[in-house]
Design a protein around this ligand. Structure first.
Ligand code: ADP
Ligand code: MG
Length: 477
């Protein structure tokens, strides 16, 4: 009998926070600096006898994240030493938070969170292995950069859900201005704990996969592990609890080391760092911070749906790309009619974004001119073809749609009187076609519309032309 397998995933996600200076010293926080070892000082180099001081800006970012996910913000917090030896951690320990994280609980995208805490990033090592030279280099620019760690409960059920969660967290961090969270740049790093069980009430043995530096890697590595565990269980073997790495090229995980237990790190409170009584810091007034939070992605989705009834893809575009989203919102305030707003959204999501992706990434279009164009379309003054041409010119060089339509003769003639004389002329010149029309040939009508379009050099509104031709011919009989 085929057994059911229940996958479980818990994520540990690190994000470098955007602050002026590092977590415990005044060195510049700039992981993008390409020259090695310039943003350094005695504190982040781990010289003995130096005293770390806590960066308020970093604490503030984590509190905001905690408020945004509805977690419990600590009244009291402290920093611990996590002891281990490695060249990228010169003190012999990393300053982290163990017993008293800044945030406990909370939820994001229906995933329960365990905690969010603050620690310091490590230095970066570079290993050179060659025929003649064999050495390692350490760059301390990143050492001591404030790092937020968010841990989820083991409640995620699939690789796709895990990837989605990580994407939502990235979006949230960007909205809060806490981190750019670019995975390719290592500003956000994901570790996935993966297990499989045959009993939904019991969790299986977990494996932790590290070095996941793209959303694709998160999804692929989890799927790889789930498949590997399943094979092991089917063969009656056990999953070994360990840490594994992800080989992007091979699309496989590989064993790195047997998992250490937390007691191996001999955590203890850092005696050099003052304890934090958050209530006593006026910048950490939770009510004020809550009020000051920006509109968050989930709230924005709901509002765009409720207020404008936009398509899901359009909503997602505006939530993900706030430049385009803000443009849409500016245009929508200038339009009164719900249908006009939806039409405007269509032109933004397909045509304008198309122009931004293929040419100029920054548009020259002012929201007021864009709104004007939408009104011209709904009044039938320009055709959809003409609107696209106008849009391209506006995007490339700016200008008002009226002036561009005039200059390039893109106005569509909808004035019935003006069109009537053209229709009469075409009808008198095409009497055999008119006879066909009366004989019931529908193609004849299209032919006459086409002739009128030609006579007006494409400036006529074809829908109105058709109405006038029909009306005129019905009077003839
Ligand atoms: P450790 O002590 O090994 O670090 P934790 O209990 O602190 O383990 O959990 C670390 C991460 O692993 C969390 O994200 C948690 O949700 C996840 N996790 C714990 N147990 C499991 C499991 N059996 N399967 C999948 N993920 C798990
Ligand atoms: Mg842990």
């Amino acid at each position: 009998m085929a057994k059911e397998y229940y996958p479980t995933i818990g994520l540990e996600i690190h994000a470098e926070l955007k602050t002026q200076t590092k977590m415990f010293c005044n060195s510049k926080n700039d992981p993008e600096e390409s020259r090695p070892n310039v943003n350094i000082c005695a504190v982040c180099l781990g010289h003995p006898g130096t005293l770390p001081t806590v960066n308020k800006e970093a604490v503030l970012h984590v509190i905001k994240v905690g408020l945004a996910v509805g977690g419990k913000i600590a009244d009291y917090s402290e920093f611990d030493r996590k002891n281990y030896f490695y060249p990228d951690i010169p003190k012999g320990y990393q300053i982290s938070q163990y017993k008293y994280p800044l945030v406990e609980g909370g939820e994001l995208s229906d995933v329960a969170l365990t905690r969010v805490h603050l620690e310091e990033d490590t230095a970066q090592s570079f290993h050179k292995e060659g025929e003649e030279e064999n050495f390692s280099l350490v760059d301390f620019n990143r050492a001591g950069v404030p790092l937020m760690e968010l841990v989820t409960e083991p409640v995620i059920k699939s690789a796709t859900q895990a990837k989605y969660f990580a994407q939502e967290l990235q979006l949230l961090l960007k909205y809060l201005g806490a981190s750019d969270a670019n995975m390719e740049k290592g500003e956000m790093r994901v570790e996935a704990n993966v297990s499989i069980s045959t009993d939904p009430k019991i969790l299986g043995k977990k494996v932790e996969v590290k070095n996941l530096n793209s959303f694709r890697a998160v999804e692929d590595a989890i799927n790889f592990e789930l498949a590997r565990h399943k094979v092991l269980l089917e063969e009656g073997k056990e999953v070994i609890q360990e840490t594994r790495g992800w080989n992007e090229d091979k699309g496989e995980t590989f064993s790195q080391r047997r998992k250490e237990e937390s007691h191996d790190y001999r955590y203890f409170p850092d005696p050099d760092i003052p304890k934090l009584t958050l209530k006593e810091v006026k910048e950490f007034d939770l009510e004020e911070l809550r009020i000051g939070l920006p509109e968050l992605p989930s709230a924005k989705r709901d509002r765009l749906e409720r207020r404008y009834g936009l398509k899901r893809e359009d909503i997602e575009l505006y939530v993900q790309d706030t430049t385009v989203g803000n443009f849409f919102e500016s245009v929508s305030t200038l339009l009164t009619d719900a249908e006009q707003i939806k039409l405007g959204s269509n032109y933004i999501a397909s045509d304008l974004v198309g122009l931004m992706n293929t040419g100029n990434a920054d548009t020259h279009i002012k929201p007021v001119d864009f709104a004007q164009l939408v009104m011209m379309i709904t009044r039938g003054e320009v055709s959809s073809r003409g609107a696209k041409d106008i849009l391209k010119i506006m995007h490339d060089t700016g200008g008002t749609p009226k002036a561009i339509a005039e200059e390039h003769e893109l106005f569509q003639e909808s004035n019935e009187e003006a069109l009537l004389s053209v229709v009469n002329k075409i009808i008198s010149e095409n009497q055999t076609v008119v006879a066909d029309y009366h004989a019931g040939k529908t193609a004849a009508l299209q032919f006459l519309v086409g002739q009128c379009m030609k006579a007006t050099k494409g400036s006529a509104n074809p829908g109105i032309l058709q109405q006038i031709i029909k009306k005129t011919l019905s009077k003839e009989v």
